[in-house]
Design a protein around this ligand. Sequence first.
Ligand code: C5J
Length: 230
Amino acid sequence: MIVRIDAEPFVFRLPLGSTALILIDMQKDFLDPGGFGAALGNDVSRLQPAVAACARLLAIFRACKMPVLHTREVHRPDLSDCPVSKRTRGNPALRIGDDGPMGRVLIAGEPGAAIVADCAPAYGERVIDKPGKGAFYNTDLATYLAAHQITTLVFGGVTTEVCVQTTMREANDRGYECLLVEEATESYFPEFKQATLAMIRAQGAIVGWTASLSAVEKSLEHCMSSSTAG
Ligand code: C5J
């Protein structure tokens, strides 16, 4: 069954049986004070609105019994998967792998690398650890999606113009139909968020679609109530 969502630049067709939600990097290291985002000089409070919206998307997809994936931008403790260029770029207060208030920055297993409580993965939901900005680079995401016959991805997460946009472009190039939920993504730079939304849907959805959370909710209402009934 195909559900139609009121989206930009035109209606998004969401096949119920082959769509997954993918939440990008809803990690303490980006959202909380003391992490990587803050070390780069950003005001992390700007990302907070995405938490409630992503939590709502999670509730919708779980109620519809549709697959949910989460990504985390993390590196191995020995940093063997972190290019020197990534670690040494710029002049952050803390570099990847340094000890910070939430443990070693962007290192797998450290407190800061965890997904924030309101968006925490539920049992059975796939978590993709990724060393890059894009979730397809050096991960088994493509294999997982192919094995589960997923053709369509609904996106939320942070930050809009970095890991969300990079992953959406990677997915688009691989033939996935991609929808970004506007309230479920945030940037440290509001103007970058708006520019990214515009870029994605420009030229007849050259990268994908965007839609409001309420439009997604409205279109999936029926499936939520029929999945939870009885
Ligand atoms: C960044 C991300 N901004 N998840 N990562 O470095 O967007």
